[in-house]
Design a protein around this ligand. Structure first.
Ligand code: NAP
Length: 319
């Protein structure tokens, strides 16, 4: 296998990764993005984003498409659908091996994001694709005039519950407390939507049905009584787990697996940066992800200037 060498390899092609590529390329670094799936990242699956400055409202996929088009003008090499098989972030020259490629790089920016946390209850795993879905944008249209249940009390749960009212005749919003974490403006919209019924102080305990989701059993978190609701679909939005398993043992992570960085996005390993949802950040938004990316792109360039002075030869400029 022939090895491809870069100044900066970015793992993950979501908003954080794309932004870091833009800044790294503009600092003249040769640069590649490796992603396990398509370039674009999680926000491609968001219905609408209305807190990205400059856009009153924009589809997640459209915003990500614009990010990618912008980065494409700077000739960043992209390697979508490449899963990391082996990685060495400890040596001076970082190494990444995928199924059929080998890469080396002076710096690595980790932007692999996070995945939906699972409920881990009976009937969840068995019904994925048969009524349990973690993506309202992908699957919402299958629930025209049906009843769906959304689990969670954060921005994702409330925003996706609202989105699902476009199709479903009824949306149960099931939350384990009586207070939501979501932004107040979204809470107001949820409370004013006649299709959404709030089921507060309940946690799901079991999903059941014959070959597809039909019921969800809930336990009251105050008096521990149980109820059962008829539902055709279940959309858990109960937070995120970092895609950080590849880096265990090489990079310092917090107790939940999120990568610990300083203000410059530097990790515990020289030449390795972490940005976006995978970082132990106080806020996970597209706007904070792209800001992280800018800081890391510049940081990678500084690192190379300090450690590999005469070695940057690539010409850069927008097409
Ligand atoms: P989140 O803010 O962490 O909220 C997770 C929710 O799920 C919480 O309400 C939590 O309840 C509940 N929960 C956790 N574990 C549970 C379990 N086992 N059973 C039942 N309920 C459980 O997660 P998120 O909404 O996915 O958002 C993730 C990040 O992305 C956040 O930083 C969020 O602000 C951001 N985000 C932003 C936007 C936006 O700005 N437009 C959109 C989507 C997401 P408790 O409240 O009781 O802990």
């Amino acid at each position: 296998m022939q090895e491809e060498s870069f100044d900066c390899i970015i793992l993950g092609g979501g908003p954080a990764g794309l932004s870091s590529a833009l800044y790294a390329r503009r600092a003249n670094l040769s640069c590649a993005i490796i992603d396990i799936s398509a370039i674009g990242g999680t926000p491609s699956n968001y219905c609408e984003i209305e807190n990205y400055l400059g856009f009153n409202k924009i589809n997640g996929w459209e915003l990500c498409e614009r990010f990618e088009e912008h980065v494409d003008k700077f000739e960043v090499q992209k390697f979508p659908y490449e899963e990391i098989k082996k990685i060495d972030l400890v040596s001076n020259t970082k190494k990444i091996v995928t199924a059929d490629k080998e890469f080396s790089s002076k710096t690595v920016i980790i932007a692999t994001g996070a995945k939906p946390r699972k409920l881990n209850i009976k009937g969840e795993k068995e019904n994925i694709g048969h009524g349990v879905s973690y993506c309202a944008v992908c699957d919402g249209a299958f629930y025209k005039n049906k009843i769906v249940s959304v689990i969670g009390g954060g921005n994702s749960a409330l925003e996706e519950a609202l989105y699902l009212t476009r199709f479903a005749k009824k949306v149960y919003l099931i939350h384990r407390r009586s207070e939501f974490r979501a932004d107040k403006i979204i809470q107001e919209r949820v409370k004013n939507n006649y299709k959404i019924e709030l089921i507060l102080n309940y946690s799901p305990v079991e999903i059941s049905g014959e070959g597809k989701v039909e019921k969800i059993k809930l336990k009251n978190t105050v008096d521990f009584s149980e109820i059962e609701l008829n539902t055709d679909g279940i959309f858990p939005y109960i937070g995120l787990e970092p895609n950080s398993e590849y880096f265990s043992g090489q990079i310092k992570q917090d107790e939940n697996g999120f990568i610990i960085t300083d203000n410059s996005m530097k990790t515990s390993q020289d030449g390795v940066f972490a940005i976006g949802d995978i970082r132990n950040t106080p806020l996970r938004q597209v706007i904070t992800a792209v800001a992280d990316g800018a800081i890391a792109g510049v940081g990678a360039s500084k690192y190379i200037l300090e450690n590999y002075k005469d070695d940057i030869t690539n010409e850069v400029g927008a097409k």
